[in-house]
Design a protein around this ligand. Structure first.
Ligand SMILES: Nc1ncnc2c1ncn2[C@@H]1O[C@H](COP(=O)(O)OP(=O)(O)OP(=O)(O)O)[C@@H](O)[C@H]1O
Ligand SMILES: [Mg+2]
Length: 273
């Protein structure tokens, strides 16, 4: 493993759009993150995203994909570099752990995890309205109406009063997505949301994500499902050793990867065209 670079090189123009991708929605510049002294998971990482992008992050196990999403969600800090969101400074290195610079920007990001994170003691309705009532100060009646609308959109209206233990895995994940959408995020992060599901439930959750894609939701998706990645991505980003090794449209990455490291990874997980 590399030695952590705790102080990132200062970029010349921190929030200028990247010339290669034109991304000014999310911009990572020289981001460094390490666990302890030795384990570098983001090594001076640069990454850009446009508001109409659906980025799919792929890479070997342990390459820092989940860490990247947790950082963007404000759940973990970074040691160096900076991140801008919607053109505004959002997170910078050295801030107190889990304290992004701008809390109002953080609330515009929703995240769904691999393992359902619904509150088991609350009904589906309770799970959906908790944050909108507490964080956004929505009345219970207004939040309930909104919850009904989202559940109907996701085919779950009959589950309003069910408890998480009464739902299938796919239903739980769809409720988790609905719960994140209740806060009207501008960006959704998905961390291997289907990898613990049975195949038929994978499809129902992926269909919800495709529905969001049709509505032009900005998304960053971590998945090991290369077929789905190819289908949903506007851009695929291959990460290894804390860096972006290669990125491009799915057709290019999956059919003609430029980097040997990408090819080697893809040969292990998919049959190249
Ligand atoms: N809180 C933590 N403390 C210490 N080490 C951690 C912590 N979280 C993750 N790591 C380590 O950091 C590395 C990157 O982890 P991360 O979960 O980001 O990888 P990943 O790319 O999502 O892997 P996977 O594909 O297996 O989910 C791994 O070696 C992991 O063990
Ligand atoms: Mg992970």
């Amino acid at each position: 493993m590399n030695t952590p670079r705790l102080v990132a090189a200062q970029p010349q123009a921190p929030f200028a759009p990247d010339s290669a991708t034109g991304g000014d929605f999310i911009q990572l510049r020289g981001v460094c993150k390490a666990y302890g002294e030795q384990l570098v998971v983001m090594d001076n990482m640069d990454l850009d995203m446009r508001a109409d992008d659906r980025l799919v992050i792929i890479g070997p196990s342990g390459s820092g994909k989940s860490s990247l999403l947790r950082v963007l969600m404000g759940l973990e800090g970074i040691q160096g570099g900076s991140i801008a969101f919607q053109g505004k400074p959002y997170i910078s290195g050295g801030q107190r752990r889990g304290k992004p610079l701008d809390e109002s920007l953080r609330t515009q990001i929703g995240m769904v995890f691999q393992h359902y994170t619904l509150f088991p003691h609350l009904s589906v309705l309770g799970n959906l309205i908790l944050a909108p009532c507490k964080v956004h100060g929505l009345s219970r009646a207004a939040a309930t109406e909104k919850a009904r609308a989202y559940l109907a959109r996701l085919g779950l209206e009959s589950k309003l009063h069910a408890y998480p233990s009464q739902l299938s895995g796919g239903q739980k994940q769809r409720v988790a997505i609905a719960r994140a959408l209740m806060l009207e995020p501008k960006l959704m992060l998905f961390d291997e949301v289907t990898s613990a599901l049975d195949p038929e439930m994978v499809i129902e959750v992926q269909n919800v994500m495709l529905q969001l894609a049709e509505q032009k939701m900005a998304m960053i998706i971590v998945t090991h499902d290369m077929h789905f990645a190819r289908h949903i991505a506007t851009r695929v980003v291959f990460c290894a050793n804390g860096r972006v090794v290669e990125q491009g449209p799915p057709e290019q990455i999956f059919s003609q990867p430029r980097e040997a490291r990408t090819r080697e990874f893809l040969e292990k997980v998919v049959h190249l065209d």
